[in-house]
Design a protein around this ligand. Structure first.
Ligand SMILES: Nc1ncnc2c1ncn2[C@@H]1O[C@H](COP(=O)(O)OP(=O)(O)O)[C@@H](O)[C@H]1O
Ligand SMILES: [Mg+2]
Length: 229
């Protein structure tokens, strides 16, 4: 299997005045195309920081990050944001949908940013909304949808570009366990059918157990705690 992401001794520290906080303390991780990875760990352990570095939203203090074999560390912000749009999909704890836009418009957004034709974007977004169980709700705005339904739209939006890698930061965080299970069972099936890789930060151990590998982030290090591959 081809590995598409590789972190090599990644370190990250934040400086607040004279105080230096070491958050990531030498992370090595290789992710294969189509592989599903869960990351668990206590609050403040650096899980979000790690996802931001993988998703090219932040840079490591030291170490290397390869995407499809190319080291990203020294690339310009412009090249990094181009690659980010082509390569990654993001799902957050709160849906981050645009309130004025319908479910369909929110889902189409990443395609329009890429200059896809409106007609094509609409048809792809329609299909994805159906596959997350939102057929008939396309023209509803976020305030007309439940929390679980909004998170389904967020999932559809993240998958609409068929990204190579999806990064999900506690995406079930504000859903009740039953709703979380329903939304994310579909999400994981879609991931598998698109052969997208997934890195999901979650406190939901049941969900984590459905992934190929589970890691715990603790004291700045990643420890593999289960591996089915
Ligand atoms: N931009 C920042 N500036 C300073 N400190 C930060 C910044 N981002 C995160 N941190 C610190 O890094 C640590 C890890 O944060 P985070 O990655 O958000 O953890 P988690 O997602 O596991 O809860 C925390 O101590 C946090 O205060
Ligand atoms: Mg976090």
């Amino acid at each position: 299997m081809q590995n598409i992401i590789k972190l090599n001794n990644v370190r990250k520290e934040f400086t607040k005045g004279t105080n230096v906080v070491e958050v990531l303390n030498g992370i090595d991780l290789t992710i294969d195309q189509g592989e599903l990875i869960a990351i668990i760990g206590p609050s403040g352990s650096g899980k979000t920081t790690l996802l931001q570095i993988i998703g090219l939203l932040d840079r490591p203090t030291k170490g290397d990050l390869f995407v499809q074999g190319e080291n990203q560390v020294d690339l310009t912000d412009k090249s990094r944001s181009r690659l980010r749009n082509q390569f990654f999909g993001f799902v957050y704890q709160f849906h981050h949908l645009i309130n004025e836009f319908s479910a369909l418009e929110n889902t189409m957004m990443p395609l329009l940013v890429r200059n896809e034709k409106i007609k094509d974007a609409k048809s792809i977004a329609h299909k994805l909304l159906s596959s997350v169980g939102l057929e008939g709700r396309e023209h509803h705005k976020p305030h007309e949808l439940s929390g679980g339904e909004c998170q389904r739209v967020a999932v559809a939006r993240a998958l609409v570009t068929s990204p190579n890698v999806i990064l999900a930061d506690e995406p079930t965080g504000n859903l009740d366990p039953d709703t979380a299970e329903k939304v994310f069972e579909k999400f994981i099936n879609l991931n598998r059918s698109l052969n997208s890789s997934l890195v999901m930060v979650t406190h939901n151990h049941q969900l984590a157990a459905t992934m190929d590998r589970v890691f715990e982030l603790k004291y700045g290090k990643l420890i593999e705690i289960s591996n089915k591959s």
